[in-house]
Ligand binder design. Structure first.
Ligand SMILES: *Cc1c(COP(=O)(O)O)cnc(C)c1O
Ligand SMILES: [Zn+2]
Length: 466
């Protein structure tokens, strides 16, 4: 009972590798400043013989932790005992075969799948990690939890506070873009919301300072426990594919928590002998926030066994400071220039023969319209995964017979302003919302038909258009 004595925190740096207990969550290794992981003495823990053993937990769905789509895989993230696990029923998400999206991407029917993480209780994948961070925070007696957020982390934190009543939530947001859907959640759930004059990267720096000073538990994705929970997205994808491995996982890249967690999940599954190969991971940046793309694809930054080239990194970020460069994209959830999980993502890319691409807001919004027209929809940042898959197919990197899973990170209703503007017939409305981001046309707009309030005219219009 309690936090596991077979779990520990470990610095990911190949030059350091210091280990620590679980008494506090380190946002950085105290010795060298690199990121820390949650690691396990796996040989002292009960691991199923094969992944399909997890299927039996579906019959235990009246057990609240097995009902959770995260804790159903507790054995693969065993840092706390069963009685400590915090859950609000997260992870009831769906892998949908989307043939019309396969057409759009240009791959064979039956080979494109959308993983709908927007179906989580707060409407984004963030709940997968928040239940794990809350489990740890609660186990060490934290009474306040804070985050800086482009929106979905704050919505998730606020919801976990409201439902579990274990902690008071404090949210830092910048003054730039935050979608109303997300902000409305934080306010409605009753979290203390602090809006500072600055962007996300500024809010991130402040929340780190403040939580250190006041001893507040930080639940940003630098929190390694969150990433443990996010591994479950991969486990559910494999479960939905009847434990077969896809060829590609395509995921948007913001702070790079998801891509890092995916890589860690695959590395561990392979190490435990539960899979025999690792699918390729493609991380997709928005063109207006393409740090990973530039560092990895253009400047050749690599994991390098835990010692990424500091010179490449430093000169890149120094230049960014010098130019006072700010991220700018309609995909607000990934509007991030300084991804905190950069090194962990490099490790994931290394293990998964990974690749990084950037897509324009134009292509992301067109992909978003196609996703919704062929399924249940997503928010703009999520659609970069499909736009990225389409680009990779066009470049011949993804083949038409490859099996591809695109992760849709957030719910369609998170950001309705952008969707309505895209489909609008009013060019001014279109320009006002989308114009500053290089979006020139709505290639797949579904315009509302304006009709006089007259029965004959209405009937005429319906006959004409249906
Ligand atoms: C947080 C978020 C992302 C970015 O994920 P990272 O793990 O930070 O790379 C992408 N899409 C949505 C909808 C998000 O909320
Ligand atoms: Zn270290």
């Amino acid at each position: 009972m309690g936090l596991s004595t077979f779990a520990f925190q470990k610095c990911i740096s190949g030059a350091c590798g210091a280990t620590y207990g679980l008494e506090q969550a380190y946002v950085a290794c105290p010795k060298c400043g690199d990121l820390v992981d949650i690691d396990y003495e796996w040989d002292r823990l009960p691991i199923p013989d094969k992944l399909s053993d997890f299927s039996k937990f579906w019959t235990q769905r009246n057990n609240r932790t097995r009902f959770s789509g995260v804790w159903r895989f507790h054995e693969l993230m065993p840092f706390a005992s069963q009685d400590l696990l915090v859950t609000v029923g997260e992870g009831q998400t769906l892998l949908q075969q989307a043939d019309s999206v396969a057409d759009y991407v240009g791959i064979d029917q039956g080979n494109l799948f959308l993983q709908y993480e927007g179906m989580n209780p707060s409407g984004s994948f963030k709940d997968n990690g928040m239940c794990a961070a809350f489990t740890h925070a609660n186990a060490i007696g934290a009474k306040r939890a804070a985050c800086a957020s482009t929106g979905n982390t704050s919505a998730s934190l606020a919801m976990y506070c409201a439902v579990t009543r274990l902690m008071k939530g404090i949210i830092f947001i910048g003054s730039g873009k935050i979608s109303y859907g997300k902000l409305s959640q934080a306010l409605d759930y009753g979290a203390l919301t602090i809006q500072i004059l600055g962007d996300f990267d500024d809010a991130m720096n402040r929340v780190k300072e403040v939580s250190k000073k006041l001893g507040i538990y930080l639940v940003n994705s630098v929190n390694a426990f969150r990433l443990e929970g996010q591994k479950s997205i991969i486990f559910r994808i494999l479960e939905a594919l009847n434990w077969e491995l896809p060829d590609w996982i395509v995921v948007p890249g913001g702070n790079l928590g998801n891509s890092s967690a995916f890589g860690k999940a695959f590395i561990e599954l392979k190490k435990l002998g539960l899979i025999d190969r690792i699918p390729r991971i493609a991380v997709i940046n928005a063109g207006g926030a393409r740090t990973l793309y530039e560092l990895y694809e253009e400047n050749g930054l690599r994991w390098n066994q835990g010692q990424p080239d500091q010179l490449i990194e430093k000169s890149y970020f120094d230049q960014m400071d010098q130019d006072n460069a700010k991220a700018s994209t309609l995909a607000s959830a990934i509007e991030i220039n300084r991804p905190v999980n950069l090194h962990k993502c490099l490790r994931a890319l290394d293990a998964a023969n990974g690749i990084v691409r950037q897509v324009s807001d134009q292509n992301a919004l067109d992909a978003k319209a196609k996703i919704a027209a062929g399924g249940m929809g997503c928010e703009p940042a999520s659609a970069t995964s499909v736009a990225g898959a389409k680009l990779l197919k066009a470049q011949g990197v993804i083949g038409s017979s490859d099996r591809v899973v695109c992760v849709l990170t957030g719910h369609q209703l998170k950001d309705p302003n952008i969707t309505v503007a895209y489909h609008s017939t009013d060019r001014q409305e279109f320009e006002k919302v989308l114009g500053g981001y290089g979006v020139q046309r709505a290639s797949f707009a579904n315009h509302a038909i304006g009709v006089p309030n007259d029965l004959d005219d209405i009937i005429k219009a319906i006959k004409l258009y249906s």
